[in-house]
Design a protein around this ligand. Structure first.
Ligand SMILES: C[S@@+](CC[C@H](N)C(=O)[O-])C[C@H]1O[C@@H](n2cnc3c(N)ncnc32)[C@H](O)[C@@H]1O
Length: 247
């Protein structure tokens, strides 16, 4: 009960600060804290904001990129406009939306991707967490081919099954991949941010994250099932029947 009270109180405090600072959501502070620590956005950067509603991250991204930068956001829900950002309504996993997003940059490459994407929450934790990681894998597959060499990628993930597998698949595409938990999201949930810096495009045909991620999860599932081909191990132990007069 006390923990719950503390969490609610902290969330309220970030909400009040957001309101006082003119940000639309307390999540704005998460991106600010990620930036403070990891310096992912530079003045003049082209930034893609995935899952941008209601626009808190877009507001921060516009401040960080300045006049010469460009911020394009995309979300299933429409946002009240943010000065200096182009916010598109659509599903980032849909090819048509992807094309509109890329056209909006008027450039063949993007410098930074920031993704706070969260699927619709059903309340069944295992399902929500798995769907969220699949969605993140899809965002990587869309964005990696257009992320410039040396570019950065930040994404929210929910801790749980599959996180290690996803990180292992992402690592070859970047110089560093780190987990970071901003103060503004601590105690509030199991969310954490993956901060992937200095993109180095992986060569070869098998670069896609989502199919490999699904495969690794299937392997993990298979690994937990009993394999009937394996012979039982022979041991030197035998079970001695207890004699009725044993004590
Ligand atoms: C936590 S909110 C983002 C908050 C935002 N960063 C801010 O600061 O205002 C997550 C968003 O992801 C969006 N989303 C979920 N699935 C999506 C998809 N397939 N394509 C685009 N947006 C998606 C949701 O609609 C939701 O608005």
């Amino acid at each position: 009960m006390v923990d719950r009270w503390v969490q609610d109180h902290q969330r309220d405090s970030w909400r009040k600060q957001a309101k006082a600072s003119g940000y639309r959501a307390r999540s704005a502070f998460k991106l600010k804290q990620i930036q403070e620590r990891h310096k992912i956005v530079e003045k003049g950067s082209l930034v893609l904001d995935v899952g941008c509603h209601p626009g808190g991250w877009a507001q921060v991204a516009v401040e960080l990129t300045g006049e010469n930068g460009k911020v394009v956001g995309v979300d299933l829900q429409s946002c009240v406009p943010v000065d200096g950002a182009n916010l598109i309504v659509g599903d980032i996993t849909d090819e048509h939306t992807q094309k509109i997003v890329l056209d909006a940059f008027e450039s063949s490459t993007i410098d930074v991707v920031v993704s706070d994407i969260s699927p619709h929450i059903t309340g069944k934790w295992d399902i929500d967490q798995a769907v969220s990681l699949m969605l993140v894998a899809e965002v990587f597959d869309f964005a990696l081919p257009v992320l410039r060499k040396g570019g950065n990628f930040v994404t929210k993930i929910f801790q749980g099954v599959g996180v290690e597998e996803l990180i292992d698949l992402v690592k070859p595409h970047f110089q560093t991949v780190k987990r970071f938990s901003p103060m503004a999201s601590r105690n509030s949930s199991s969310e954490v941010y993956l901060v992937c810096k200095n993109h180095g495009p992986k060569k070869g045909p098998d670069w896609k994250i989502r199919p490999a991620f699904e495969e690794s999860l299937n392997e993990r599932k298979g690994g937990l099932e009993p394999n009937e081909d394996i012979e039982p191990a022979k041991t030197t132990f035998s079970i001695r029947k207890r004699r009725s007069n044993d004590n």
